[in-house]
Design a protein around this ligand. Structure first.
Ligand SMILES: [Zn+2]
Ligand SMILES: [Zn+2]
Length: 238
């Protein structure tokens, strides 16, 4: 197994800091996921681990597969439902349960995350909503972080205002940093207009937005081992 999966690191922190479960329970849940991962690799549903799954749809497919599989169900029964408990708690985490509107508190999740050895970011990654992006939007309470009065429409997938997750420092600059850019501190919840502005707008109109993002996030980025001056930040984000 690769040394580090971001979702594995964040899951442990989430259980401790947000769900506030005991250390022994964290170990139980992690152990359950390890067993489930092994089982799914054997069934050729995964390459290495549940933590490699980057989006909620794939995780839901895996979950449905397991709960329709008699072999898994009997394993779970013999294991006193530890497997399903582990799986259900991971699913809650991925869905962002406990993240809603925790604006200030989400800083407890900030930490340095090593860059994965084999970085497999495909060009269309930003179109799919990854688990970390969804959780970041949940944490922002579905409010645009540039101006919380920005209105969108209600998304049918969540029942909340439609928002998008944006990497303040684009993943394409990962090679410039020794720590992962795919961290909560680097992901901002934006209304579609602010988001498109940052990707397609002219520099003069992006200026104040980037100032605000740097002001709001530079400390948190530093806590994640991503140190950058305002000047350099704006250069990269322009
Ligand atoms: Zn973006
Ligand atoms: Zn906005």
């Amino acid at each position: 197994m690769a040394d580090h999966y971001i979702l594995m690191t964040y899951y442990a922190k989430y259980l401790k800091e947000i769900r506030r479960v005991s250390d022994s329970t964290v170990k139980h849940y992690q152990g359950a996921l390890k067993h489930i991962s092994r089982y799914l690799v054997k069934k050729e549903k995964l390459k290495e681990t549940v933590y490699e799954i980057q989006n909620i749809e794939s995780l839901e497919r895996i979950r449905e597969y397991l709960y329709a599989d008699p072999e898994f169900l009997s394993l779970d029964k013999r294991g006193h439902q530890m497997y399903s408990a582990g799986l259900n708690n991971y699913y809650k985490f991925a869905k962002g349960v406990g993240f809603y509107n925790i604006h200030k508190h989400i800083q407890v999740m900030d930490m340095e995350v090593p860059v994965k050895g084999k970085y497999t970011y495909s060009s269309d990654t930003w179109r799919r909503s990854s688990i970390i992006k969804m959780q970041s939007i949940e944490a922002a309470g579905y409010l645009c972080e540039i101006d919380e009065t920005h209105e969108t429409f209600t998304a049918k997938s969540t029942g909340h205002p439609y928002m998008e997750g944006h990497h303040a420092l684009s993943m394409k600059y990962q090679n410039k940093f020794s720590k992962s850019l795919d961290v909560y501190a680097n992901i901002i919840c934006l209304c579609p207009i602010c988001h498109r502005l940052l990707h397609y707008g002219i520099a003069a109109e992006k200026e104040t937005v980037l100032d605000k993002i740097y002001f709001d996030r530079s400390k948190r980025l530093t806590a994640c081992g991503i140190k950058i001056s305002k000047e350099d930040f704006k250069k990269l984000a322009m």
